[in-house]
Design a protein. Structure first.
Length: 119
């Protein structure tokens, strides 16, 4: 019987992609990093809905005592992912530096990951 995918496999893939350093790889890495943390949070919160699931997971995390910062960080990572996936040229000129955006994504992951793992 097959085992479920470990969401951290997405994070490892993101880190490998980011080493390539080109814009497409960094954008994809940000998306994979977000999905790694999102899937962990969804699993830990027990959210099963499929409608507005990203919003629902963030809202459910925010309701946990002491988890507001994690919810805010997950939402910030989600916003980075949206820019990476949907804006061919980021609307905000400050968001056009993809190496910098990857560094921001890594920092968010580094803050959230141990907290999510401890749940």
């Amino acid at each position: 019987m097959a085992e479920p995918l470990d969401p951290l496999a997405f994070l490892r893939g993101a880190q490998e992609l980011a080493r390539e350093g080109d814009e497409a790889a960094l954008r994809t890495a940000i998306g994979r990093a977000y999905y790694a943390l999102f899937l962990m949070a969804r699993d830990k919160t027990g959210v099963t809905s499929t409608r507005a699931v990203h919003t629902e997971v963030i809202r459910t995390v925010r309701k946990r005592p002491g988890a507001r910062a994690i919810a805010d960080q997950l939402d910030a990572l989600r916003r980075l992912r949206v820019i990476a996936d949907y804006q061919l040229l980021a609307d905000d000129p400050a968001m056009r530096d993809w190496p910098s955006n990857w560094i921001k994504a890594q920092a968010l992951v580094n803050h959230m990951l141990p907290k999510l793992q401890a749940w």
